[in-house]
Design a protein around this ligand. Structure first.
Ligand code: ADP
Ligand code: MG
Length: 237
């Protein structure tokens, strides 16, 4: 890193504590890296949605988040932006291994997250990997040690955790449990618990769920520490 980049990173980190959600009108009002801001702009993302406005600041500050927001509210960027910024500020490189893990209930949703990450995060130098069923397991296995941001479905992730010697989440910074209620409805409770128990406890965790059932609360208790609850009111239009 050049001294200019170092200065930029320190500047960003110092500003996280001063974020006031009500003052965030556009993504430019958030202290984000130029690479992320340009990635957003190039893909026509200008104004954060309500969940993004409320969650991104807390997530940048390193807090665990329990987010309640319905489908279509923009949860993907609410967790991808903090992931990109965290790894950027930690000067993460390809050699540093898996820095963020996103667990998604279905292949389709995992793929959508991966695509959004490639588009918005494409200017960063992180590698993204998709671990979902129905692909060549051997192929996934070999690439595993070069992935920085891993997106996957619960069953396939646990399979790698159990069987693949190259699967290493010991440096994990951020865990995202996306659509947690749906994961649980699909019968992944034991699988998710097994994954979470094998991850380093000092990580940050962001849990998103449309509903707050008892099993979601149990999962939250297991995975989050002192979470900030973020539940934007639906906007009347
Ligand atoms: P959720 O995960 O909450 O169901 P998504 O993250 O998939 O929602 O986003 C839903 C749709 O809204 C996507 O088509 C996405 O591109 C779009 N979207 C997300 N954030 C913004 C934004 N800030 N501005 C405009 N469109 C957005
Ligand atoms: Mg989603």
């Amino acid at each position: 890193k050049t001294p200019e980049e170092d200065a930029a990173i320190q500047y960003l980190q110092a500003r996280y504590d001063k974020i006031v959600p009500d003052e965030i009108k556009t993504f430019k009002d958030l202290p984000l890296s130029q690479k992320t801001l340009k990635g957003l702009k190039d893909n026509n993302f200008h104004t954060p949605t309500e969940i993004q406005r409320q969650a991104i600041g807390f997530a940048l500050q390193g807090k665990d988040i329990l987010g309640a927001a319905k489908t279509g509210s923009g949860k993907t960027l609410a967790f991808l932006i903090p992931i990109l910024e965290h790894l950027f500020c930690k000067k993460w490189t390809r050699m540093d291994g898996v820095g963020a893990l996103v667990i998604s209930p279905t292949r389709e949703l995992a793929y959508q997250i991966y695509e959004t990450l490639r588009k918005v995060g494409g200017l960063h130098d992180f590698s993204a990997g998709l671990i979902i069923g129905g692909q060549n397991l051997k192929f996934e296995r070999k690439r595993m040690d070069q992935i920085n941001i891993l997106i996957g479905t619960p069953g396939r992730l646990l399979q790698h955790m159990d069987e693949n010697p190259l699967f290493d989440c010991s440096q994990l910074q951020i865990l995202v449990l996306d659509e947690a209620d749906r994961c649980l409805d699909m019968g992944f409770e034991a699988t998710m618990n097994a994954i979470i128990e094998n991850l380093p406890p000092e990580r940050q965790t962001l849990l998103f769920s449309a509903t707050q059932t008892k099993s979601v609360k149990d999962l939250a208790r297991l995975s989050l520490s002192y979470p900030t609850y973020v539940a934007p009111h639906e906007q009347a239009d």
